[in-house]
Write a protein that binds this ligand. Structure first.
Ligand SMILES: *Cc1c(COP(=O)(O)O)cnc(C)c1O
Length: 361
């Protein structure tokens, strides 16, 4: 007798973000700001006070309150997890029965489909239109047709940077009937159409937030689910008790209490993204390139071009990392600092001149 891995995991490969070191990292939608010195000082004091021999607070009370205060929420509606990723897994596994029917959209964050696959749900994919938008009515209709138990999508969307308005999202939640809607608002700090602040008022809505993007704390792994008290009780019950470690709770509490710092950084990220988008559009129009940059509602720009792979490799060779999407023939460029964006734009233009213009003549 010998042990065999079960079929569904046999061929899986561990998640591999870009490997190697690059001078400019515009590939993972992180904040380009690291924590400022005064916050680092507070974190040093936190480490000094930590009882490393004790389990952390399973309810993450202080952190929940700091997060609630920053976004103007009721702490009773919040569940904290080890990054949103943990919650995505719980939603697909604990909150659904095997064989449940899950609607995802394409293109969208690939983890939704992945956890549904692991949890042996049945997956139905709503294809976005050519502009990569979601038609909220169509999506609700699609979910009804498929008799879906859960719809999950990101708004604004990773990787397209496109969003649906709060009014459309509301209609979708109302039209979804007894289907659970999971709205991943990881990037909503960069746009102004959230359902976050009304999440507790619906029977069938969960809004997800993360500390990994606008808040600039991807390294400490904090995710938040906001929903009515009935759903929240279930989420708190199914998570592992000590899912968020003591340091992440304390450091997260500290970071969310610096609301002015967070808001001004968020604004700067927005400005840089707008400028990056404009500069990319300018290059596309100046050189009359057959490329299409989508106006972003998030902190990155999505560019569709049949040269995506070559541009991606050229950038890597020059120590600039962006994200390449093969199936969509596209690049996703996270905004960096002005200086980092400048490095990217210069290389992008150089590629155009040396590889696109020359070969066309
Ligand atoms: C980055 C991202 C998250 C955040 O995941 P964490 O596990 O909290 O780092 C969630 N949803 C989407 C769509 C993302 O792009």
């Amino acid at each position: 007798m010998s042990y065999n891995l079960c079929e569904k995991v046999r061929e899986l490969e561990p998640y591999q973000p870009i490997s190697g070191t690059y001078k400019v990292r515009l590939d993972a939608n992180e904040s380009f700001f690291d924590l400022p010195p005064e916050v680092r000082e507070e974190i040093k004091a936190i480490i000094d006070k930590t009882d490393f021999n004790r389990y952390p607070d399973p309810t993450a009370k202080k952190l929940t309150e700091a997060f609630a205060a920053y976004y103007g929420l009721d702490p009773e509606n919040i569940t904290v997890t080890n990054g949103s990723d943990e919650m995505l897994y719980l939603l697909a596994s604990a909150m659904l029965e095997r064989g449940s029917r899950v609607v995802v959209t394409d293109p969208d964050f690939s983890m939704y489909g992945f956890y549904s696959f692991l949890s042996e749900n049945e997956i139905f994919t709503y294809k976005k239109n050519d502009k990569l938008n979601i038609d909220a009515e169509e999506l609700a209709e699609f979910a009804r047709e498929k008799n879906a138990d859960m719809i999950i999508f990101s708004n604004p969307c990773n990787p397209t940077g496109q969003g649906i308005t709060a009014e459309d999202a509301r209609k979708l939640v109302r039209n979804a009937g007894d289907c659970l809607v999971v709205l991943d608002e990881a990037y909503m700090d960069f746009w102004d159409e959230p359902l976050l602040n009304e999440a507790g008022e619906y029977e069938n809505l969960i809004v997800l937030k993360t500390a990994s993007k606008a808040v600039g704390a991807a390294g400490i792994r904090l995710g938040f689910a906001v929903a009515n008290p009935t759903i929240t009780k279930a989420l708190r019950a199914v998570k592992s008790p000590y899912n968020v470690n003591e340091l992440s709770q304390e450091i997260g509490t500290c970071i969310y209490s610096h609301s002015e710092m967070l808001r001004s950084r968020r604004d700067e990220i927005r400005e840089n993204t707008a400028e990056l988008y404009e500069q990319i559009c300018k290059l596309i129009s100046n050189y009359q390139l057959p490329m299409d940059a989508l106006k972003p509602c998030a902190n990155f720009v999505f560019v569709r071009t049949d040269k995506a792979e070559r541009i991606f490799e050229y950038l890597l060779e020059n120590s600039v990392a962006v994200r390449y999407f093969g199936k969509a023939e596209a690049l996703r460029i996270t905004t960096g600092s002005k200086q980092e964006n400048g490095v990217f734009l210069q290389l992008f233009e150089k590629f155009i001149i040396e590889n696109i213009l020359k070969t066309n003549r």
